[in-house]
Design a protein around this ligand. Sequence first.
Ligand code: SAM
Length: 258
Amino acid sequence: MSHRARKRFGQHFLHDRNTIARIVDAIRPEPGDHLVEIGPGQGAITEPLLATGAQLTAVEIDRDLAASLRARYAAHPRFTLIEDDVLKAPLDCLQPTPLRLVGNLPYNISTPLIFRLLALPGVVDMHFMLQKEVVDRLAATAGTAAYGRLSVMRAAKASAQSVLKIGPGAFSPPPKVDSAVVRLVPRQPAFPVAAPDAFETVVRLAFSARRKTLANGLKSVLTRDQIEACGVNPSARPETIEPAEFAALGAAVAASEQ
Ligand code: SAM
């Protein structure tokens, strides 16, 4: 298929057979699984995923690519196409559940997309190819350089593991950055998030002032004493604070607003 890659849709198509096989291997689809593939493009991983016997729903925004996929899989009993923007598509209506989400994601929308997908019910796991730096931030733990807002917000919803690193040469056209595949498994948080909105506010404020102490970054919402009362050191830097401690600070903000 000849298709000029569209920059605005973050199009980089996988062509390396070995990489495609390793991605499918990491996903380990089983017959009967319901996979939801975001951005199938020219079908590089769609084809081998369908070959495993899984059911696959693909969400593609590009009209030309969607038309090609529709023609190619018109008679396929386990393939469904949704031609839509994945940021707007009603994914919460997809049946049957549980869902397994997969995709070589458009890197320009990956952060808002991950947050949207982490809130989706009925998902057992997700395997996404992303910019390696974003995978590192998602999977990071407290006290490491990559730890930040994305790591904390992810920790409240899912476990994360980097399972594969992929260089630019596996794609056409090659992206300017290295890529990696992350496995996300939604879970009950290992810590209670009593006040989700306040939790989000605290995490955003703390990391928007990364070089400041926690007391400084959070001074619009909590005093030093209130931070200390949560068992958290107000002089610490945000990158050393565990997700559960941010949740406790969020609960304190919510309590102080009542
Ligand atoms: N899966 C293919 C592959 O690995 O070769 C294509 C990957 S390419 C990085 C990203 C794909 O996502 C493209 O097919 C692009 O058209 C599609 N895409 C971009 N933005 C999208 C959106 N908002 N909703 C759905 N699909 C989108």
